[in-house]
Design a protein around this ligand. Structure first.
Ligand SMILES: Cc1cc2nc3c(=O)[nH]c(=O)nc-3n(C[C@H](O)[C@H](O)[C@H](O)COP(=O)(O)O)c2cc1C
Ligand SMILES: CCCCCCC(=O)C(=O)O
Length: 391
């Protein structure tokens, strides 16, 4: 079934009198998710760093780019598949790693909801270190869909090695190392609601199930939530440097992707030391305020990488048209972050499936009407900047 067929399901469902169960437009989804969540949870997932200007700029950046449509192509069949490390993925989108996502789910199992949606749609998921279900359970829920594991590298190297080897054993296909969040940025909404301590305790399943983590706790404290959170706080957040990369590389034969690389020089240097993939992201504006929109940093990185390794991208993607623009700029695959969290909030697994299918349907239909039926054709599309940065 073509991704765009989801449009027909919604139309004909509407004709039969059954309205779509979840909002289709992103703005409506956002409002519904906000209404469904307690204020402190909403503030955490929707909020960002500082006055959130970078977060807003991430979204607005997409509106400054447009594709020149091509006619008489007869793009009745579209192929949105991409290759990632030799794995053929049916679509070019993936679920970005979202920690603590369980707090947005009615049943607390947001990671499992996302993994089941990944299994149902074939959309790859990057499972966060900070999950409420152990990475093995999340991996099982992915079914046949390949998953990637995101590593928040702990200070304890043995614990890092243990997490990576568990991810390997659970069948994850790559390790995504996040570089930009070894400490949290200045997040006024969280500081105002003072909810961070409660959030921290909610997503430590990968730690409490880890033999290295458990061994570091006195036996009498292994089931004590306070001791677990304290132990976690003492190991979380290794401010990695270039000198750590050979060690990271030595942990696994799986491909390693670095998340948060936005400078061309950093991308080149990472490839020189054997990194297998670059992930352009500013963490959705949650870490550094006042920075450039992530999309505006993508072209330089794509040019620097020059096709040597895949370039993943996220931050600000809200629709199928955003996906198409990022692909036309050279991203290999495009990450969906907050929209899928809102899907969890409004409908659990079904909500995430709806969000993913809506984004894919829009991308598919857009490629058809623009006469750009494949990802390869998108790469050669005439993409024009339509406004200045200060618009
Ligand atoms: C609630 C929340 C939790 C996140 N947790 C993680 C995480 O555990 N690991 C990580 O690498 N990125 C994390 N991110 C960042 C996302 O992977 C992604 O970079 C970001 O959501 C993209 O921005 P957007 O959602 O505005 O499109 C998180 C984002 C949100 C919204
Ligand atoms: C103490 C660090 C917690 C990070 C939580 C997950 C995340 O990446 C986020 O953006 O929030």
């Amino acid at each position: 079934m073509a991704f765009g067929d989801y449009q027909n399901e919604i139309y004909f469902g509407g004709l039969r009198g059954s309205v779509p169960p979840y909002p289709v437009a992103f703005a409506a989804l956002e409002l519904t998710a906000e209404a469904a969540l307690p204020t402190s949870v909403w503030s955490y997932v929707a909020g960002g760093a500082g006055d959130e200007r970078t977060q807003r700029a991430n979204v607005e950046a997409f509106a400054r780019w447009g594709i020149v449509p091509r006619m008489l192509v007869g793009a009745t069949e579209r192929d949105l598949s991409v290759d990632l490390f030799g794995i053929q993925l049916p679509s070019p989108i993936f679920l970005a790693p979202v920690g603590v996502v369980g707090i947005a789910a009615q049943d607390g199992h947001g990671d499992l909801a996302a993994a089941r949606a990944s299994a149902a749609t074939g959309v790859t998921m990057i499972a966060s270190t900070l999950s409420e279900d152990p990475l093995e359970a999340v991996g099982d829920a992915l079914g046949e869909t390949p998953g990637l594991f995101q590593l928040y590298t702990p200070k304890d190297r043995d614990l890092a090695a243990s997490l990576v080897s568990r991810a390997e054993a659970a069948g994850y296909k790559a390790i995504v190392v996040t570089l930009d969040t070894w400490m949290t940025g200045w997040r006024p909404r969280d500081l105002t609601t003072a909810n961070f301590p409660q959030l921290r305790g909610a997503a430590l399943a990968n730690y409490v199930t880890d033999p290295v983590f458990r061994a570091a706790l006195p036996e009498s404290s292994r089931n004590d939530p306070r001791a677990i959170v304290e132990q976690w706080a003492s190991v979380f957040g290794n401010p990695l440097t270039w000198a750590d990369l050979p060690w990271l590389r030595s942990l696994t034969t799986l491909p390693i992707i670095l998340k948060g690389i936005c400078a061309a020089d950093d991308a080149r240097r990472a490839i020189d030391v054997g990194i297998d993939g670059i992930y352009v992201s500013n963490h959705g504006g949650r870490q550094a305020n006042g920075g450039l929109p992530a999309l505006d940093m993508l072209p330089d990185v794509v040019a620097a990488v020059a096709g040597c390794v895949p370039v993943l991208f996220d931050s600000g993607v809200r629709s199928g048209s955003d996906v198409v623009i990022a692909l036309a700029m050279g991203a290999t695959a495009v990450g969906i972050g907050r929209p899928y969290v809102y899907g969890v909030a409004v409908g659990g697994t079904a909500g995430v499936i709806h969000v993913l299918r809506s984004i894919l349907a829009e991308a598919d239909l857009l490629m058809g009407v623009n006469g750009l039926p494949t990802i390869a054709s998108l790469r050669t599309a005439d993409l024009r900047r339509v406004g200045a940065l200060s618009d």
